[in-house]
Design a protein around this ligand. Structure first.
Ligand code: ADP
Ligand code: MG
Ligand code: ZN
Length: 480
């Protein structure tokens, strides 16, 4: 029997608020001395009271709108009760039955066009502390406890590991465009759990699902799903059934490992958080936030095609992240040749990023400098190949292209006497070719030109060199 996979994703992202979800501690997630961003509220001291972070609610509404969701008029927080050393209160404040946003979608690109993945819900909760397992003991850092966490749950609409990866990439792009999270998986600012089941191809019913936790990169999402789909397929083909379990991805051994079976499933005893008022979200506030939403990646990609005449591929590559799109538009403002800029940025520029492992934020070449480089080519000061070499150096040092050209003597040679001397040398070094030319073989001209350009490392002004070469040969022919 042929089976098809069904995949649904639960994604958690840390929000980039200044303070934590329910207290005024710093929400800086990275780099601080452990246990310095703490207070009675986020340490779960008895008698302390939480206060809702308005910015976090605003960011959740932004995410909800960007994901085409309905924003609840009435939402509330609930206690999710369980014990774990990273959870000082013994419960997490989350949202159970009345989340802030529901029923949305986002669009991913697939082999045969676009596909909508429905979003079931977007809700707000708090992060747990971070545990560091050090062999026979464990350390706990409460700086992370109480950082606002957005949970985004999709419907089971993905059918391949690649679609799941595309979904995450798209989600990350949207969150970054909104500026509400770094959504950096490697740093734990975005974490995902993938649910996967198999069913006979064409069937409408859902099979038993397995939840995969601990996936911290796009690559692992794909690997873990591929592994899990294969594992389930083998079971089903043997006539056995899939158990509803939670597994973890072991990225050392490239296998999934059972973490929890159904009999150990949690009963969280959710109940409304008594220390917080429900959230009444006015339509005015929602509309005010909607009006402030930045242009989102899909819209920007469309606009890049319409406004700048870029190909779908160019527009997609440039808008996949916000920084290159901003960079491109900053360049266009200075140098209104979008096609040429798109070519340079998606070609040479991206190649250098890849080769040097530089991220866009660390790029030393400002739009002004890139444009200056292109102008040097337009003016004929340097040729295309030299410009590529200069860009490479600009990437490393951040230096001005003009300065690099001067320092390295890269500019086009227009010195007549010098070019004439190079021509003499080339003719002297190739007496046979010269004889053939004088004997009437005109095509040898191209060979001489090639030699002149080679001797000047491509820097001789080709028009001038060609004119001088022609003059010299005509003179020799007359005298022969
Ligand atoms: P829970 O809250 O217990 O994890 P949910 O029903 O809320 O369970 O589903 C969580 C995620 O699992 C959602 O993204 C959903 O799309 C996905 N999911 C649910 N059932 C299946 C299934 N049979 N196969 C694959 N994914 C599923
Ligand atoms: Mg789950
Ligand atoms: Zn605190």
């Amino acid at each position: 029997m042929e089976y098809e996979a069904v995949i649904g994703m639960e994604v958690h992202v840390q929000l980039l608020t200044k303070s934590k979800m329910f207290c005024s501690c710093s929400a800086e997630a990275f780099g601080a001395e452990p246990n310095t961003h703490v207070c009675p509220v986020c340490l779960g001291m008895p008698g302390s009271l939480p206060v809702i972070n308005r910015k976090a609610v605003e960011y959740t509404i932004m995410a909800g709108l960007a994901l085409n969701c309905q924003i609840a008029e009435f939402a509330k927080f609930d206690r999710k009760n369980y014990f774990y050393p990273d959870l000082p209160k013994g419960y997490q404040i989350s949202q159970y039955d009345l989340p802030i946003a529901t029923n949305g979608w986002l669009e991913i690109e697939t082999e045969n066009g676009h596909k909508r993945i429905r979003i079931r819900r977007v809700h707000l909760e708090e992060d747990t502390a971070k545990l560091f397992h050090m062999g026979d003991y464990t350390l706990v850092d409460f700086n992370r406890a109480g950082i606002p966490l957005l949970e985004i749950v999709s419907e089971p609409d993905m059918s391949t590991p690649e679609e799941a990866r595309q979904y995450l990439i798209k989600l990350r792009t949207i969150l970054r465009y909104l500026g509400i999270s770094t959504a950096d998986m490697e740093k734990g600012a975005m974490r995902c759990e993938a649910n996967v089941s198999l069913r006979p191809k064409g069937s409408k019913e859902l099979g038993t699902r397995v939840e995969i936790k601990n996936i911290n990169s796009f690559r692992f999402v794909k690997q873990a799903l591929e592994y899990e789909i294969e594992r389930q397929r083998k079971l089903l083909e043997q006539g056995r059934s899939v158990e509803q379990i939670t597994v973890g991805w072991d990225d050392q051994r490239n296998i999934t490992v059972v973490q929890r079976t159904k009999e150990y499933a949690h009963d969280y005893r959710y109940f409304p958080e008594p220390d917080l008022p429900p959230l009444v979200i006015s339509r005015e506030w929602v509309e005010e936030i909607r009006a402030r939403l930045p242009e989102l990646p899909d819209a920007r990609r469309e606009r890049f095609q319409q406004q700048y005449g870029l190909s779908p591929a160019e527009a997609r590559v440039l808008t996949a992240e916000k920084e290159p799109a901003d960079y491109f538009e900053a360049c266009v403002a200075l140098y209104p040749e979008p096609k040429k800029l798109a070519n340079w940025i998606t070609g040479e520029f991206f190649r250098l990023l890849r080769d040097t492992g530089t991220s866009f934020e660390d790029v030393k070449v400002s739009p002004e400098k890139l444009v200056k480089l292109l102008r040097l080519v337009d003016e004929g000061t340097i040729n295309q190949n030299t410009a590529k070499a200069v860009l490479r150096e600009m990437f490393e040092t951040g230096e001005d292209p003009q300065k690099i050209v001067e320092k390295k003597g890269l500019s086009r040679i227009t010195d007549t006497a010098y070019i004439q001397s190079v021509i003499e040398e080339v003719l002297d070094a190739n007496p046979d070719a010269l004889q053939r030319y004088l004997g009437g073989k005109e095509s040898t001209f191209g060979f001489f030109m090639g030699q002149v350009m080679k001797a000047t490392k491509g820097r001789a002004d080709p028009k001038l060199a060609s004119k001088l070469l022609r003059e010299k040969l005509t003179e020799l022919k007359k005298n022969s």
